[in-house]
Design a protein around this ligand. Structure first.
Ligand SMILES: [Fe+2]
Ligand SMILES: [Fe+2]
Ligand SMILES: [Fe+2]
Ligand SMILES: [Fe+2]
Length: 399
C-alpha cells in the first residue's frame, strides 16, 4: 500500500497545541521496554530538535513577517513534539544508560540506512561512520561496567553486539578530511535526501548530548571519555551534513524536513511494539501531514516549483530498527582500517592524518584506550557482548 503524505489530510495547525496534561506523557518502563522503542524515541528526539533549530535558522534569514509568524506557529508545535517524545525516556535511567542507547541508535540506524542507500558514494559514508559509533558503544559499555557495575546488555539486550570496531583513538582526523562531497539535489533519489537528513539529525543530537552531559560526571575517566567522543561526534556531524546539497533553497529544505518527519513517524508507527508509544507516533504523523502541507504551500509560492518535483511520490519502505550483526561483522572485516583523505577514503594513514593524531594525542593514551585497561583491571576482563562468536578480526580477539 502506498502512502503519499502530500495527498493526506492532517490535524489543522490551531488544533495541534497540547495542554500540560497531554504533554505529561508516561515514560517507558526502564527495565522491560523494547530497546528498539528507546531507539525510536531517541531518533525522533533528534529529528524534532533539528526541526526546531532549522526553523530558527530559517527565520533568522527570512524578512517576510507573515512567513516568520507561520514558522513560529509550526515551530512551537515541533517544540511540544520534542518534549512529548523525549519525556518518554524514564528518569530512572542514568546518563550513561541513555548514552548507550544513543550509540545503539547510531549503530543500528546507520547500518540500516547503509544497507538501503542506493547511491554508492553515500552508502560508503554510512559504512564508514557506523564502524566508529560501533566502537563508541564498546568504550561506553566498559565505562558503564566500571563506574555503575552493570552490563550493557541490560540496555542493548543482545540485539546489538558490543566489541571493538575502528578504534576510537583513530577517529581523530584533520577537520578538512571530514567534509564529503554532497549529493546532487536534481539527480539523487528522494530516499537519499531523507537518509542524509535522518543520520545528520541523529548525530547532531548525540553531539549536543555529550557536550552538555560530559562535565556532570565526577570520575575523571568519564569526563575525559565524553570529551573525546564528543569531539568525534562533531566530526560525524561535519561528515554527514556535508552530504546534503547546499544548493537546495530554504523552502526546499523546509519541505524536505517536513517530509522526512512524516516518513519517520509513519515508519515508526508501522513498526512500534509499544501501543502507548505507537499512539504518539500516529498523533505526530497527523500533525506532520499539516506541517508538510504548509511547507508545500510556501514552496509553491516562494520557490515557484511543484513539491512533486522535489520529494518522492510515495513514502519509501519504513525505516526499521532490527539487528545488523552480520552486516557489521562484514564491515569490520573489510573496512576497519579506513580513514578519509579529502572527500575520499584510503586504507593507509596519510601525512595529514598522522600529524593531526600526533597533535591531539601528544604521546598520551586517550580516555577511549584507558577505559578498557582500567575496566579490565577492575572487573577482571573487559566488557564485550559477542553473540555471534569471536571477533571477526583475529588481532581484536581476547586471548
Ligand atoms: Fe515535528
Ligand atoms: Fe558515537
Ligand atoms: Fe557518531
Ligand atoms: Fe514538522
Amino acid at each position: 500500500m502506498t502512502f503519499n503524505p502530500l495527498q493526506e489530510r492532517g490535524i489543522p495547525l490551531d488544533r495541534q497545541i497540547r495542554n500540560w496534561r497531554e504533554l505529561n506523557v508516561t515514560p517507558i518502563d526502564p527495565d522491560h521496554a523494547d530497546p528498539y522503542t528507546r531507539c525510536r524515541i531517541i531518533t525522533m528526539n533528534g529529528i524534532e530538535i533539528e526541526a526546531v533549530m532549522f526553523s530558527h535558522h530559517f527565520s533568522r534569514r527570512c524578512p517576510d513577517l507573515e512567513v516568520r509568524q507561520k514558522m513560529a506557529e509550526t515551530r512551537y508545535v515541533e517544540a511540544q513534539q520534542q518534549k512529548a517524545v523525549n519525556w518518554l525516556l524514564p528518569g530512572l535511567n542514568s546518563v550513561l544508560e541513555t548514552t548507550i542507547g544513543y550509540e545503539q541508535v547510531a549503530v543500528d540506524l546507520t547500518a540500516w540506512v547503509a544497507r538501503m542507500e542506493p547511491d554508492p558514494y553515500l552508502k560508503q559514508a554510512y559504512q564508514f561512520g557506523v564502524l566508529e559509533d560501533f566502537d563508541h558503544l564498546y568504550r561506553y559499555a566498559n565505562l558503564y561496567e566500571m563506574i555503575e557495575h552493570r552490563k550493557a546488555e541490560k540496555i542493548v539486550d543482545r540485539l546489538t553486539e558490543v566489541m571493538p570496531g575502528r578504534p576510537t583513538k583513530m577517529h581523530h582526523r584533520h577537520p578538512v578530511d571530514n567534509v564529503r562531497d554532497h549529493y546532487d539535489k536534481d539527480r539523487t533519489a528522494p530516499i537519499s535526501k531523507l537518509h542524509a537528513l535522518t543520520i545528520m539529525s541523529a548525530e547532531q543530537q548525540t553531539m549536543n548530548f555529550y557536550m552538555n552531559v560530559g562535565p556532570t560526571y565526577m570520575e575523571p575517566i568519564a569526563r575525559q571519555l565524553y570529551q573525546e567522543i564528543g569531539l568525534i561526534e562533531e566530526e560525524h556531524v561535519t561528515h554527514y551534513e556535508s552530504l546534503v546539497d547546499p544548493g537546495e533553497t530554504w523552502w526546499e529544505q523546509l519541505l524536505n524536513h517536513e517530509y522526512n518527519e512524516c516518513y519517520l513517524y509513519h515508519s515508526f508507527m508501522e513498526t512500534e511494539s509499544d501501543p502507548k508509544v505507537k499512539a504518539i507516533w500516529e498523533l505526530h504523523l497527523n500533525m506532520e501531514l499539516e506541517h508538510l502541507r504548509i511547507a508545500a504551500d510556501l514552496f509553491r509560492r516562494h520557490d515557484g516549483r511543484d513539491p512533486e518535483q522535489v520529494v518522492a511520490p510515495a513514502l519509501p519502505q519504513p525505516v526499521t530498527f532490527e539487528p545488523n550483526k552480520d552486516y557489521l561483522r562484514e564491515l569490520i572485516a573489510t573496512q576497519i582500517d579506513y580513514t578519509t583523505l579529502g572527500t575520499g577514503y584510503v586504507q593507509e594513514a596519510h601525512e595529514r592524518f598522522q600529524r593531526f593524531q600526533e597533535q591531539i594525542h601528544d604521546a598520551v593514551e586517550p580516555a577511549s584506550e584507558r577505559v578498557i585497561d582500567e575496566n579490565r583491571a577492575r572487573s577482571g576482563e573487559e566488557y564485550r557482548l559477542e553473540t555471534e562468536g569471536t571477533h571477526p578480526l583475529y588481532s581484536l580477539r581476547t586471548h
